[in-house]
Design a protein around this ligand. Structure first.
Ligand code: C5P
Length: 209
């Protein structure tokens, strides 16, 4: 199949972007890229002492598989390196090529609809209240054996939101043509169904691939 169709899914931490993106990619048979993992992998290398730009320029596929990438420390390190224009520039071409690959692509992150792929055929801005996002992230971390308190997770989410939205280069914000999906009061299944409905409308109501 040679279809080029990009689905850009942006939003703040723990709004449900990852789960929605994976489900949407499976639904349409598209490839999926969690772009947060790129920044997390760079952040993890910086925590080990590497310079941020060098870490971004030398990133390899296997760096994205490390299990510690999901930890709160790496999340914070990711959002600190994500402020640096040289890091963002080093990761740009890979994300752009992925977005326009044949067969369709779903990318989730912070700047997909605004910077990486402004021409994306479908754009969603997935959000939820900070309280709901903190509770979800806390439950995820607890399931993975992390012991952070809910208050600490809430503070981390707010700190990352402020840094991601306040930076000069590619700040977190909805693209002008994105559809906002607030998942605060939705189950994951309902959020996935809503996302597919929005995307189907952009695909001319043609449904799955
Ligand atoms: O999505 P995730 O929580 O894994 O992202 C980790 C961090 O990477 C974010 O807090 C943000 O600072 C950065 N990021 C970004 N642009 C993206 C994806 C993630 O700046 N497209």
């Amino acid at each position: 199949m040679s279809e080029r169709f990009t689905i850009a899914i942006d939003g703040p931490a723990a709004a449900g972007k990852g789960s929605i993106s994976r489900a949407v990619a499976a639904h349409y048979g598209f490839a999926h890229l969690d772009t947060g993992l790129l920044y997390r992998a760079v952040g993890a290398k910086v925590l080990l002492g590497m310079a941020p730009e060098e870490a971004a320029l030398t990133l390899r596929a296997e760096d994205l598989e490390a299990s510690e990438l999901r930890s709160p420390e790496v999340a914070q390190a990711a959002s600190r390196v994500a402020v640096l224009p040289a890091v963002r520039a080093a990761l740009l071409d890979f994300q752009r090529s992925f977005a326009r690959r044949a067969g369709g692509a779903v990318l989730d992150g912070r700047d997909i609809g605004t910077v990486i792929c402004p021409e994306a055929e479908a754009k969603l801005f997935v959000t939820a209240s900070a309280e709901v996002r903190a509770k979800r992230r806390h439950a995820e971390l607890a399931a993975a054996g992390e012991t952070s308190s809910l208050a600490q997770v809430h503070a981390d989410v707010l700190e990352r939101d402020a840094r991601d939205s306040g930076r000069a280069d590619a700040p977190l914000k909805p693209a002008a043509d994105a559809v906002t999906l607030d998942t605060s009061a939705m189950t994951l299944e309902a959020a996935i169904a809503a996302a597919i409905e929005i995307i189907d409308a952009r695909r001319g109501g043609s449904g799955g691939a």
